[in-house]
Design a protein around this ligand. Sequence first.
Ligand SMILES: *[C@@H]1O[C@H](CO)[C@@H](O)[C@H](O)[C@H]1NC(C)=O
Ligand SMILES: *[C@@H]1O[C@H](CO)[C@@H](O)[C@H](O)[C@H]1NC(C)=O
Length: 150
Amino acid sequence: MKLSSVVKAFGSLCLLLADGLPVDEDRAPKIIAPDHNKIKTRPGKQLFLPCDAFTKSEDDATLIYWLVNDSFPEDLPSSDRIVEEEKSTLKDGAIRRRLQLKNVTSEDFKSSFTCVVMNTAGMDQKHIKLVATSGGSHGGKKRKHSMSIP
Ligand SMILES: *[C@@H]1O[C@H](CO)[C@@H](O)[C@H](O)[C@H]1NC(C)=O
Ligand SMILES: *[C@@H]1O[C@H](CO)[C@@H](O)[C@H](O)[C@H]1NC(C)=O
């Protein structure tokens, strides 16, 4: 799997740190949502992709961000349409960052969306693909293994 060079650089830093220190698996961040790899939507819709993660790291140094086609959303031509929200903290202590697709286009079904969470204890990532709701009928058939966000 491909990652941006920034991720690679940070990843090697983590390995470097992990080399010299006892690895603390518990402190590594863990993505808890989305728990599906496919999200159903339709062109023309607004869509929020939430990424929620737990981290036991004491510090505030856990990074959470989205990549679109392995690039930062703001670096792509679609940057006015696909926007990352700021990181927030949920009641249960999980951190959240949402990617907003203001107007889903047919191109988005070819894109890969990746949420990445990392701190010095480790990293986790989740790959998401959009799938078009089955054509014609409104909403279409419900498929198992996929999740629909209005
Ligand atoms: C979404 O994009 C389509 C195609 O470019 C356009 O026709 C439509 O007006 C857009 N909708 C919104 C809400 O911007
Ligand atoms: C992501 O890559 C796919 C396949 O190369 C392309 O069709 C799509 O437009 C790209 N998405 C964005 C947001 O640039």
